[in-house]
Design a protein around this ligand. Structure first.
Ligand SMILES: *Cc1c(COP(=O)(O)O)cnc(C)c1O
Length: 349
């Protein structure tokens, strides 16, 4: 990526901003016991009567160490959905700029483009669910600020070919967001290791999937210090609440439990993939680098409704491009998967 100029990609109004300075930002502790009469809080302790750390310093230092980066390369948000929204708002001028997405993919990119009034240019994946590099580069123009690469991709489950991603990072003139929501289930290395090679790279991750914390909402943005500085200018000061920071810290420190659960999910995924292949109405089971399996069936809507009748909710992806008659199964516990398997056998005709 030659001649990268972040300033040219940043919205004019954002360039001039400085981060909102809250009471808790201004005071820097030197370790002495202090009396806090600066933020109009209720002084009676209940565990959450104080504002949370707006910079989430202790959670970031744990994450930075685990990922082999620095805290200055991290921005945390209320789920990766907030992180993605901040990226749109920092770099895309409504009604002027555009972003590029590669359907079939994660639905939030399109929703966020609509909310932010940013044109979403869609370039379909190829039939084997890989990015169409030439088509993407010819669709881009000087207002194409962001390219979203979801790898492993939702709902297809595959990771994109490394070489194609390098070509895109090398040649796309805007920012490249690699959404790694499912990276902890993947055999592929995280693109975080490439941050020093690509100043236009932003990696997003989440505690919602492998880390089992969908309910606390913690999204992670990893990028150059310069990109993080821009995003910090528009970040709401207290976007990650105290309870989330506490639960996230406990969980990311509990490396063994997370590893164990991921490994069990992977084992279950293999079992479920094999069983699905044996089902009469299943035409194809796509290989998955994530914790879900995309399956092509004879009639997706019929099979979806049959499973619903048996109390099992899956995702019908039949309306998505390249996904006609496909269903997406999230891998559950052994018990849940066994119930699914017996339901599949009952409707297997
Ligand atoms: C589930 C998912 C996310 C997670 O979003 P959160 O807001 O962090 O829960 C992000 N990207 C993709 C592709 C996903 O499938």
């Amino acid at each position: 990526m030659k001649d990268f100029n972040l300033d040219k990609l940043t919205r004019e109004n954002v360039k001039g901003l400085s981060p909102y300075s809250s009471a808790r930002d201004e005071y820097v502790s030197d370790g002495t016991e202090m009396i806090f009469l600066d933020a109009n809080e209720n002084p009676y302790q209940n565990g959450v009567n104080r504002y949370p750390d707006p910079q989430q310093r202790s959670l970031k230092s744990i994450l930075a160490e685990q990922k082999g980066i620095k805290s200055e390369n991290l921005l945390l948000g209320n789920g990766s959905d907030e992180v993605l929204d901040l990226i749109y708002r920092a770099f895309c001028e409504p009604k002027e700029d555009n972003i590029i997405t590669l359907p079939p993919t994660y639905g939030m990119y399109k929703v966020l483009s609509a909310i932010n009034n940013i044109e979403n240019r869609e370039v379909l994946l190829t039939t084997n669910f890989e990015p169409n590099v030439d088509e993407i580069l010819s669709t881009a123009d000087k207002n194409s600020k962001i390219l979203f690469l979801c790898s492993p991709n939702n709902p297809t489950g595959n990771s994109f070919a490394t070489e194609k991603m390098h070509q895109l990072l090398e040649n796309f003139k805007g920012l490249v967001v690699v959404d790694e929501a499912y990276i902890d289930f993947s055999s592929q290395e995280s693109w975080v290791s490439q941050l020093n090679n690509y100043p236009n790279l932003i990696v997003t991750q989440t505690l919602s999937k492998a880390y089992g914390l969908a309910g606390v909402r913690l999204g992670i943005c990893i990028a150059s210090k310069e990109i993080i500085t821009v995003l910090n200018k528009i970040k709401p000061p207290y976007n990650v609440n105290e309870l989330t920071q506490q639960r996230a810290k406990e969980r990311v420190l509990d490396v063994d439990t997370v590893k164990q659960e991921v490994s069990e999910i992977m084992t279950e995924k293999d079992i479920l993939s094999k069983v699905l292949l044996e089902v009469n109405f299943v035409e194809k089971v796509y290989t998955s680098d994530a914790n879900f399996i995309l399956v092509k069936v004879d009639d997706a809507t019929k099979r979806y409704n049959q499973l619903l009748d048996k109390g099992i909710v899956i995702r019908n992806r039949t309306t998505q491009p390249l996904c006609k008659n496909t269903l997406r199964f999230t891998v559950g516990t052994r018990e849940e998967n066994n119930t699914l398997i017996s339901a599949l056998n009952q409707i297997n005709n």
